[in-house]
Design a protein around this ligand. Sequence first.
Ligand code: SF4
Length: 481
Amino acid sequence: MSERIKEHCGLYGVFGHPQASELTYLGLYALQHRGQESAGIVSADNHRLHARAGNGLVADVFHDHGVFSRLQGTSAVGHVRYSTAGDSSNRNIQPFVVTTKDGPLAVAHNGNLTNAESLHQELSAEGAIFQTSSDTELIVHLVARSQAETLSERIREALERLEGAFSLLFLSPTGLIAARDTHGFRPLVVGKKGESVMVASETCAFDLTGTTFVRDIEPGEIFEVDSGGQKSLRFGKPKLCQCVFELIYFTRPDSYIWGDPVDRSRRRFGRRLAEEAPAKADIVISVPDSSNTAALGYAHASGIPYEIGLIRNHYIGRTFINPSPFMRTFNTRIKYNTVAEVLEGQRVVLVEDSIVRGTTLKKLVGLLRRAGVREIHVRVSSPPIGHPCFYGMDFPTKKELIAAWNSEEEIRNFLQVDSLRYLSLDGLLQCVPGKAADFCTACFSGNYPVPIPPGEGRALLEETGEAWAQGELERLLSGLT
Ligand code: SF4
């Protein structure tokens, strides 16, 4: 079996609007941070589906604005994709369009299934032929095989078989269906624009399309809208377990998810970090952009002024990221530069939202040293990541996670900084909106809310730290500038 693709994505859906495909395009634009590898839109005109998708950013895939006259109809679904493992060829670009006994059906998926391998084996043994290495195709096969009477009931039957993380959009010629797994790992929200219904991964997409937020799709809910109105079906036993990493890093700070502005959560993380891990310093700076809000929280709570000491270049397309080994040595310099006037001679608190491999942060520390900073105190607004994610976040495998194999002091030494402190897991959970028990923290705690069955990546959990001992670090760091 080919390696299954790991995906973290953004979804946008429209029902009942004359500019459905254009609104979906705008929605995807706002969700671009959730995936830059490919983008796609499928529209529905009551009889047929119309599709356009390709590799690259939303603006690149839809650069020909004439495309919207071909994406006809009053309903649409869109998808942006970030994939880090498995086959990232054109075949895996979403939304997928398939032919079922009721006609065409488009599907867009955000998340990762933990029982994908066993479902793949079972369906293959029954004669199913797969075109892609994406979990989404498994869902399509299950829906197509169901004997239930209506499409939403066939979807319910299929979703009952799935384990892991999935937020989904389905589009038929006449209706839009949205669903969220029983743990609610990934966000999915419903909004209203006049009489039209919108669904999105995050509310920042609603802001751009002039849509009013109505509510979250609930865990274990299948939400259906067609010309007959709206209705909801339920599947499985809901047990809320939202991905806390969405709050720490992935979701945009101008979004509301799970009943709270993300900005507010991130400021709380920063404030709490300042209480748990104070530092004697002259300025607080962030690793832009995802750490900006936590750094503000740290600065407010500590009374140390917030300054902008690192500048991020936002105009780097994916094609510039790894063009050649020589160019790769400039990766960090292309993305970040220092403001020497702000940094020279200063004792700096550098706030970072998380440390995965630690290699980018080490390179940034080198840049700061060259800009003349006197001391660097790294403060991380999340706990150490010591465990891989099986629910759709694009972390590397365990062997590359620096905190899986190194103590805080060893990581400090590796980074060559004056001090390093992380936010505690208790501290993090005291800052989340709602109940701590409603969040997944498996990448920090190792407590996986959905068990990883044997063969479903369990080997990744059993990886050792040998790679670190054998110089993996040097390999990862080769080409430091
Ligand atoms: S393991 Fe971490 S990244 Fe993955 S869903 Fe849980 S909290 Fe999110």
